[in-house]
Design a protein around this ligand. Sequence first.
Ligand code: NDP
Length: 325
Amino acid sequence: MRAIRVDEVGGPEVLREAEVEPPRPGPGEAVVEVAASGVNFLDVYHREGRYGLPLPFTPGTEGAGTVVEVGPGVAGVAVGDRVGWVEIPGSYAERAVVDASRLVPLPDDIGFETAAAVLLQGMTAHYLVTDAYPVRRGDTVLVHAAAGGMGLLLTQLVTHLGGRVIGTASTTAKAGSARRAGAAEVILPSAVDDLAAEVRRLNGGRGLPVVFDGVGAHTFDASLASLRPRGHLVLFGAASGAVPPFDPMRLARGGSLTLIRPSLGDYIADRSELLRRAADVFAWVRSGALEVTVTGRYALSEASLAHSDLEGRRTTGKLLVVPGA
Ligand code: NDP
């Protein structure tokens, strides 16, 4: 079968299409024919070697498709089932082998592309606004990279919960996408001298209760400076690089701030929580509270282009790798 194989870590060019042995299911596993694979920044971190995955590996941590084979001891999953999954590497391929206990059954009205586009980022947006910081009606919230995959979903959910979003985006076109998703204000950081001062100005001179920051190194200081006393920085990613070590006294000086660095895996650790979050996300899609915006579909042979587009800040919304394309 065809798959992307990473033989050495590095830039987008290390994503090479190759002919590989089709996977066979071990005990408790299922093999899925991949209809679509979500592209996530996590895949970039894996490709760069930040998570130390053993080589060679097939990247891609989110997918949807049809079960074609199950291994010994698998219960509740059968050949022909439509399923999705997250956080299991190997979805940039025609077939992927997945721990059957982590599969999410897809409702009939949720298409493969929608599932592959929304499961990982949708469940992340879900736990960020319900658990990492439960957004309340009337909260004004800063969302960095508000036109990105995560950003558009977060913006919609915060708005759905009655919050008001101040977003950041690097271009006016991206700012337009963020506004269409519900952002009340969008700041172009390159157009202002002091990002945190602009955030406060747009909030009547006050700091915010929470900042959702998936950009990391470039935004960390401004994020802290945008908070009110006892505000919360939810640092959920590092698209611009890792935040350097810092002195915790900065949290005290900012006004008894809290910092959380959460990770999706801890919020879908048991099967009931995984299925509950997935069901909520599908319900939001069904009701129109969440609109999933797929802006790029790439064949396997174009996976490196998908990564360079994502890292090059040329994208809004969600990208997919579609093995059958
Ligand atoms: P995005 O589609 O949001 O792409 C990243 C965006 O970040 C870019 O479009 C760009 O928007 C902005 N950005 C700012 N500086 C840089 C830079 N130097 N290089 C690249 N991008 C930059 O990606 P995703 O939606 O896939 O992921 C967003 C973040 O969410 C990532 O950090 C990811 O790791 C994190 N994440 C965390 C999870 C968790 O559970 N903790 C789970 C899922 C995702 P602009 O041009 O407008 O500035």
